[in-house]
Write a protein that binds this ligand. Structure first.
Ligand SMILES: [Zn+2]
Length: 141
C-alpha cells in the first residue's frame, strides 16, 4: 500500500527548526457503522495473530508490502514503507530549503530507481542504527 493521501497533513515549522510529516489526527473524520464494523473485524484478525514480519522477495513484483498465503498466515514486509519514509525525511534534513512537494517527488523518483537489494540494505542499516523511543513523540498542541 503506497497511498500518498496518507501523508496528508504536512506542517513546516522553520522557526522551531524541524519539519513534520504526519497523517491528520482529526477525530472529526466521519466514520460509518460499516467502517466501525470493518475496523472491529480487522482488530479481531490482528488479535488472532499468525502475522509474521519478514522481508518479502517477489520475483514478479517490486515492493511487496504484505502477503496472505490463503490458509491463515499473513506476512508483513515493513521495509518499503520504512525506506520511503527514511528517504523522505533524510531529504528534508539534507536539503531543508526544498519544498514538501519537491521532497515527495524526489523520494518517489529515488525509490523507483532502487533495486530490491538496495532497499533491503537501506532498511537493515536503518534497523541497526535506529533508536527506539518508548514514549510517543508528542507534536503540536
Ligand atoms: Zn515532508
Amino acid at each position: 500500500m503506497r497511498d500518498a493521501a496518507l501523508l496528508g497533513l504536512h506542517q513546516a515549522t522553520p522557526a522551531e527548526g524541524f519539519i513534520v510529516d504526519a497523517v491528520s489526527t482529526a477525530d472529526s473524520r466521519r466514520r460509518t457503522a460499516r467502517d466501525f464494523a470493518l475496523i472491529g473485524r480487522v482488530w479481531a484478525e490482528v488479535g488472532a495473530g499468525r502475522i509474521t514480519e519478514a522481508y518479502i522477495v517477489d520475483a514478479e513484483t517490486m515492493g511487496t508490502d504484505g502477503y496472505y498465503n490463503g490458509s491463515g498466515r499473513i506476512t508483513i514486509n515493513p521495509a518499503h514503507q520504512v525506506v520511503d519514509t527514511v528517504i523522505h525525511e533524510c531529504l528534508h534534513r539534507a536539503f531543508p530549503h526544498w519544498t514538501e512537494r519537491y521532497v515527495r517527488r524526489t523520494t518517489t523518483q529515488l525509490r523507483n530507481k532502487m533495486n530490491d537489494h538496495e532497499i533491503r540494505a537501506m532498511y537493515e542499516e536503518d534497523q541497526r542504527r535506529k533508536r527506539k523511543r518508548k514514549r510517543p513523540l508528542q507534536l503540536g498542541d
